[in-house]
Design a protein around this ligand. Structure first.
Ligand SMILES: [Mg+2]
Length: 261
């Protein structure tokens, strides 16, 4: 009796920043790795917690790097936020550049049902801004956090992400935010449903051990951790989370896939 399974993986989900590029620098071989998956007839999608750019700009960036992932195959938390807000109203703490993904939302800055916390330009979440959000939540607004990442990698090093600020509001108010991006299981399941694949047939590739790997594992996906971008060996070890595959970079994906497919 053969224990060998054939074609376990039927779709590939790529985290973008840290996996295919870091900031404005392409990871060498990334376009070819993605193309290789397409050549194997595996659908691919890009999942990003990036909330500084609309989907159209992310698609342009990928096209500029010749990465073959189209606009309709890019998934961001903003789309899930719009779906969650629905007929309710909201106050948005997002960059102006992201506003095109929130078209059609009813804005109420005085008495919002939802407060959307995303990445901000300029000084970010200042004490005054946090005070304002804190009071709105105490008055009954619900926080929709586009993600809750602890930190992120910029070319000059690690920076605080929005997670610590979301956590500050949750701690002060005693109310949990609704987290929309990775590691939210709804996010991963929504993408799998769009690609018509089951979570257990889907491989998620990421550089964030908690959001990408831990989150998708919880959602039932197979996982591959790349040692690029924000990857730090000591942080990965401390989480206790183990990916199904650990790859030096996305360039190693085609060979690694042969081991499990
Ligand atoms: Mg990443």
């Amino acid at each position: 009796m053969s224990r060998k399974k054939r074609n376990v993986i039927k779709a590939i989900l790529f985290d973008l920043d840290g996996v295919l590029y870091v900031g404005d620098h392409l990871i060498p071989g990334a376009p070819q790795s993605v193309q290789h998956m397409l050549d194997l007839n595996l659908p691919v999608a890009g999942l990003t917690n990036t909330t500084t750019q609309p989907i159209s700009a992310i698609a342009e960036k990928l096209a500029g790097f010749s990465v073959p992932i189209s606009k309709s195959d890019i998934y961001t938390p903003a789309a899930l936020a719009v779906q969650t807000i629905g007929e309710h109203n909201a106050r948005l703490y997002v960059r102006d550049s992201l506003m095109e993904d929130f078209q059609g939302i009813r804005i109420d800055n005085d008495n919002p049902d939802f407060i959307v916390m995303g990445d901000l330009g300029g000084d970010g979440y200042t004490p005054d801004l946090l005070h304002e959000i804190f009071n709105a939540v105490m008055d009954g607004s619900t926080i929709l956090a586009l993600h809750k990442n602890r930190f992120w990698q910029k070319p000059d090093g690690l920076h605080l992400d929005i997670g610590p600020f979301v956590a500050a509001i949750e701690y002060a108010t005693g109310k949990d935010a609704i987290i929309l991006g990775k590691p939210s299981q709804e996010f991963f399941h929504g993408v799998c449903a769009s690609l018509h694949v089951k979570p257990e047939e889907t491989l998620m590739i990421g550089d964030d051990i908690e959001s990408d790997i831990g989150g998708s594992q919880q959602a039932g996906l197979k996982t591959a951790l790349v040692q690029t971008g924000k990857f730090r060996a000591n942080f990965v070890k401390a989480t206790g989370i183990k990916a199904d595959l650990v790859l030096p970079s996305v360039t190693d994906l085609p060979d690694a896939l042969k081991l499990i497919n």
